[in-house]
Design a protein around this ligand. Structure first.
Ligand code: 2P0
Length: 324
C-alpha cells in the first residue's frame, strides 16, 4: 500500500482559463500544453491504518492551510473511489530550479493522483488517471503524459481528459524567465472565476481559444516551430486581454514581464525565431529552437540575472519508482 511517482510540469500553449463546472473542474475550452523536463514533483503515498487524518509533508514542511485542504479533499475522492477509508502519509518534493519561480500544481496533482491511485489499488488507465488528476487541479490532467498534450474539454467527468498528441521529439524548447519568485496574489482559481463572471471579453476568449486549439494541433503535427510559437504567443495575449478587462482588473504582469516580451519581439525583428507565453503570474516562457538558445540567453542576460533563466526541453509523462 505504497507508491512513489515523478511527474513533470507542463506549460500551456493554448490556455485553460475558466470552468464550466467548478465541482468537477470541467473547463470552458480545450487546451494544449508541452510537458517540461526541468520541473518535476516527486510524491510518495503510503496508506497507514494508524492515522486519524492524512499526514502531509511538502518540501520538508507542513504546507499552508489552503494546500492541505485541497490535498485532503482530493484524498477523500481517492478513498471514495477505492472504498478504502484509511488515511495516508504523503511526502512530496518539488524540484524546481531555485530561481524559476514555477511552483506548479500541475506536476503536484499529477504525481499525487498517480501515487495515490496505485497505493489505494485503483488500477486506472492513463485517461482515467488524467481525469482523476483533473479533480485536483485542471492543468494536472495534462501532466500524466509527456510531450504535446491536449486536454479535451468534454461535457462530463468521463469525457474531460488529456492525452498526448505528439511526443515532441523534434527541435523545440523553452527558456523560462523568472521575473518574480513570490507566490501570486490572486490564485488561478479565483482569477478564472472573476474573468468568467465579469470580463466583457470572456465570450471572445472562448471563441478564440477553440479556433487556436484547432490551428495549434495542426502546427504541432507539422512540427512547425514558427506556427506553434506564433499561435501560442497570440493565445496568451488574448487570455491576458480578457483578464485585464475583468472587474476588478487582473494584471499578472510586472515591469520585468514587459521587458522580456519586448526582448522577444526585438530578437524576432533581428531574425531569431522566438515567441513567448505567460501564465497567471509575471514569469515569461520563451519558445525557441536549441540552436538559438545561446543568442537568446545572452540577450536576456543584459536584463536578468543568470539564475533567473532556465532552459528546458520537452519532458516525459509520469514514472512510477521504487522509492525516492
Ligand atoms: C493553463 N493556467 O492552461 C492555465 C493558463 C494558468 C494560466 O491552468 O483551478 O492551477 O486548479 O483548475 O490548473 C492554472 O490553473 O487551476 C492554469 P485549477 P490550475 O496552464
Amino acid at each position: 500500500m505504497f507508491a512513489a511517482v515523478r511527474a513533470h510540469t507542463n506549460i500551456a500553449l493554448v490556455k485553460y482559463w475558466g470552468k464550466k463546472n467548478e465541482a468537477l473542474i470541467l473547463p470552458m475550452t480545450g487546451s494544449l500544453s508541452l510537458t517540461l523536463d526541468a520541473f518535476f514533483t516527486d510524491t510518495r503515498v503510503a496508506v497507514a491504518k494508524d492515522l486519524t487524518e492524512d499526514e502531509i509533508v511538502m518540501d520538508g514542511k507542513r504546507p499552508d492551510d489552503r494546500s492541505i485542504d485541497k490535498i485532503r479533499r482530493f484524498m477523500d475522492l481517492v478513498r471514495e473511489k477505492s472504498g478504502n477509508p484509511a488515511y495516508a502519509r504523503i511526502r512530496t518534493e518539488n524540484h524546481v530550479p531555485v530561481a524559476s519561480g514555477l511552483a506548479s500544481s500541475a506536476s503536484g496533482f499529477a504525481a499525487l493522483a498517480a501515487a495515490a491511485s496505485k497505493a489505494y489499488r485503483l488500477d486506472l488507465s492513463a485517461p482515467a488517471l488524467s481525469r482523476l488528476a483533473r479533480r485536483g487541479s485542471g492543468s494536472a490532467s495534462r501532466s500524466i503524459d509527456g510531450g504535446f498534450v491536449v486536454w479535451h474539454k468534454g461535457h462530463d467527468d468521463a469525457s474531460s481528459y488529456a492525452e498526448q498528441i505528439d511526443p515532441a521529439d523534434w527541435d523545440i524548447q523553452m527558456i523560462i524567465v523568472a521575473v518574480d519568485r513570490q507566490r501570486k496574489k490572486i490564485s488561478s482559481r479565483e482569477g478564472m472565476r472573476r474573468t468568467v463572471a465579469t470580463s466583457p471579453y470572456y465570450p471572445a476568449w472562448v471563441d478564440a481559444a477553440e479556433s487556436d486549439l484547432l490551428k495549434m494541433e495542426q502546427a504541432v503535427h507539422r512540427h512547425s516551430l514558427e506556427d506553434v510559437g506564433r499561435i501560442a504567443e497570440a493565445n496568451a495575449l488574448k487570455m491576458h486581454a480578457a483578464m485585464l478587462a475583468a472587474d476588478p482588473p487582473l494584471c499578472y504582469w510586472e515591469a520585468g514581464t514587459m521587458t522580456a516580451m519586448q526582448r522577444v519581439w526585438a530578437l524576432r525583428n533581428d531574425g531569431v525565431p522566438c515567441f513567448f507565453t505567460i501564465d497567471a503570474g509575471p514569469n515569461v516562457k520563451i519558445i525557441c529552437r536549441k540552436k538559438d538558445t545561446d543568442r537568446i540567453v545572452s540577450d536576456l542576460s543584459d536584463y536578468f540575472s543568470a539564475g533567473a533563466l532556465t532552459v528546458s526541453g520537452p519532458g516525459s509523462g509520469i514514472r512510477f519508482r521504487e522509492h525516492f
